[in-house]
Design a protein. Structure first.
Length: 296
């Protein structure tokens, strides 16, 4: 049996369910933290660096599966949704199989994160528990009351950047904290585009995202502002002589501004999915440019 040429519970179905394009959001915070740690101490501890990256990847996949399952159960992912097709809603993955996959990926993420106690201390247990807990709370509750953007700032900015940096250096700095905020703001642009596209459907289904609360016009300004503020925060790198870390990300801002202009022009419909893809690319470019600026 197949659904839209995708065999149910097949390898292709699971690949689509993991949403590979979103993995840039997991890679960028770790990349930035490692570059900052290398710039500060001239070396990296490879094993914990790889563990942090793997943990981020698996947690992102776990979050995607949880989102797929619960949004379908809540009725948010229905035939009127404009975003990319979802595995449960399309029948590519059955609900029992998705539940098992969520359990397995959660266990794998915990297994990957456990050795980080050796490098970062028992505080890493707290970090891991919070990551798993809010991974579920985001989709099941918090994204429906407009808290999604706050969680992105915390769990795609502050937590992964600061935790990865701490594991490498055993301390935290103001520069690291501000870098984590900038990273979170850049990654939040992806959520803003996603919710901007789905704003009408979200209102209909009772999902009160920040976009539905402030409206389309203000959301457009928010989208642009997130990129601008993230780049301006980079002035902190100049204090430590990392001029390129401040200058290079402005190339990202140029691409971000193009997306902002196109976002306003399109305004509604599935064509906004193109902006979503471009935004994911821009996030990766930001991470690469900032990392290069810190290392060079």
């Amino acid at each position: 049996m197949s659904k839209n040429n995708v065999k149910v519970n097949s390898a292709r179905a699971w690949l689509l369910a993991t949403r590979p394009k979103t993995l840039t959001g997991a890679a960028v915070p770790v990349m930035i933290a490692l570059a900052l740690a290398y710039a500060d101490q001239g070396r990296l501890h490879i094993v914990p660096a790889l563990l942090c990256l793997l943990f981020a990847f698996v947690m992102q996949i776990d979050a995607n599966l949880i989102n797929d399952y619960f949004d379908y159960r809540k009725g948010t992912d229905d035939e009127q949704r404009l975003g990319p097709l979802r595995a449960c809603a399309q029948g590519w993955v059955t609900l029992p199989a998705m539940k098992k996959a969520i359990f397995i990926t959660t266990v794998i993420a915990c297994a990957i994160g456990l050795p980080l106690i050796w490098y970062g201390g028992w505080g890493m247990v707290v970090v891991g528990v919070l990551c798993v807990l809010f991974c579920f709370l985001y989709t099941t509750h918090l994204s429906y009351i407009g808290m999604g953007d706050v969680l992105v700032l915390v769990f795609f900015g502050l937590v992964p950047v600061c935790a990865t940096y701490y594991i490498q250096t055993e301390h935290l700095t103001v520069e690291c904290a501000l870098a984590s905020v900038a990273c979170g703001l850049v990654i939040d642009t992806l959520l803003v585009v996603n919710n901007y596209r789905d704003r009408d459907n979200d209102r209909r289904t009772g999902k009160n995202t920040l976009v539905t609360r402030i409206g389309a016009h203000a959301s457009e300004k928010l989208y642009l502002g997130l990129g601008v503020v993230a780049c301006l925060i980079g002035v902190v790198f100049v204090i430590n002589g990392h001029w390129l870390a401040f200058i290079l990300p402005f190339a990202y801002l140029a691409l971000h501004t193009v997306c902002y202009t196109r976002m306003k022009e399109i305004n509604h419909g599935r064509q906004l999915n193109v902006i979503l893809g471009d935004n994911a690319r821009n996030m990766l470019i930001y991470g690469i440019l900032l990392s290069l600026g810190l290392i060079l």
